[in-house]
Ligand binder design. Structure first.
Ligand SMILES: C[S@@+](CC[C@H](N)C(=O)[O-])C[C@H]1O[C@@H](n2cnc3c(N)ncnc32)[C@H](O)[C@@H]1O
Length: 270
């Protein structure tokens, strides 16, 4: 790939999604855009870049989709889920017993294993929530990922990653070669496309926010802006979970870290 093509792609992806493709990521761009070129009938990345001059709107979304990293798994990094089960949810249930409603948001949920894990955990460990209004909204910039989430279908390989056999048997039904999340869990979930780097849409205040393994792709200025927006929609006693390599430190002083056994989560300071 020519240097100038990498530069065009790098700038486009940063403008559209805030994802930073550093020097040295040329191999990644080549590997990810190769299949897109084939699918769209371009003989090379240079031809794709050239077509951007006339078809930018259609192609830029596809390029961003191709360059997002969608790595995820059920109950990924288990500790935040343990903290939710042992501490955060019991405290919230006590605090919300008069309104009997919980609002959870998974920003950047990729193919949905994170919100589905939360739904399974709620159904498995909190039968007292059966008649509460539970809404787990899950968003991602990728249309393809949102569609995957909505399908509720996972491959054998995907369910084999992180999901205990007992939970697989109880919360999934075999459908051909794939596994479908049962309706009792799907009914807790809502999926939407959302770009975290764009101005946030109007959203109801959240009791819990999972924003894991996505800030790492952005530069500090963008991380800070996103955290300010997240701060605005987190309820005063709400809890924010970030990925293990992420923190609010030096980015947004509206949050205080809050440590549990093996997890640090964040609450609104003061
Ligand atoms: C590594 S996955 C993390 C999935 C899940 N949160 C987890 O921790 O397992 C990162 C996700 O962030 C999404 N993403 C990247 N840039 C984004 C943006 N600007 N707005 C919203 N989502 C974005 C990608 O599409 C991808 O699905």
């Amino acid at each position: 790939m020519e240097r100038s093509s990498f530069e065009v792609i790098r700038r486009l992806v940063q403008q559209e999604s805030a994802i930073v493709l550093r020097e040295g990521k040329e191999y990644l761009v080549e590997a990810r855009l190769g299949p897109l070129c084939k699918q769209e009938g371009f003989p090379s990345i240079e031809a794709l870049v050239n077509a951007l001059k006339t078809r930018r709107r259609v192609l830029s979304g596809k390029i961003v989709e191709a360059l997002t990293t969608n790595e995820t798994s059920f109950f990924r990094d288990i500790h935040p889920f343990d903290t939710m089960r042992e501490s955060v949810l019991p405290e919230l249930i006590e605090a919300r017993k008069s309104v009997r409603a919980l609002d959870i948001w998974c920003g950047a949920s990729s193919s949905g294993q994170e919100p589905v894990s939360l739904g399974i955990m709620i159904r498995e460990h909190f039968p007292e929530l059966a008649d509460w209004r539970i809404r787990i909204v899950s968003t991602d910039i990728s249309k393809e990922m949102v569609a995957r989430c909505q399908s509720g279908l996972y491959s054998q390989l995907e369910v084999a990653r992180g999901l205990p056999a007992k939970l697989q048997a109880k919360y999934f039904r075999k459908e051909g070669t794939r596994w479908r999340v049962i309706d009792d869990v799907m009914r807790l979930l809502e999926y939407k496309q959302m770009n975290l780097a764009a101005p946030f849409p109007v959203m109801p205040p959240k009791d819990v926010i999972f924003l894991r393994n996505v800030l790492i792709y952005f530069e500090p200025r963008v991380k800070a802006k996103i955290l300010q927006n997240v701060h605005r929609i987190l309820k005063p006693d709400g809890t924010l979970f970030l990925g293990t390599a992420e923190s609010t430190l030096g980015l947004c002083d509206g949050f205080s870290p809050c440590s549990y056994d093996s997890t640090t989560c964040y609450r609104r300071a003061g």
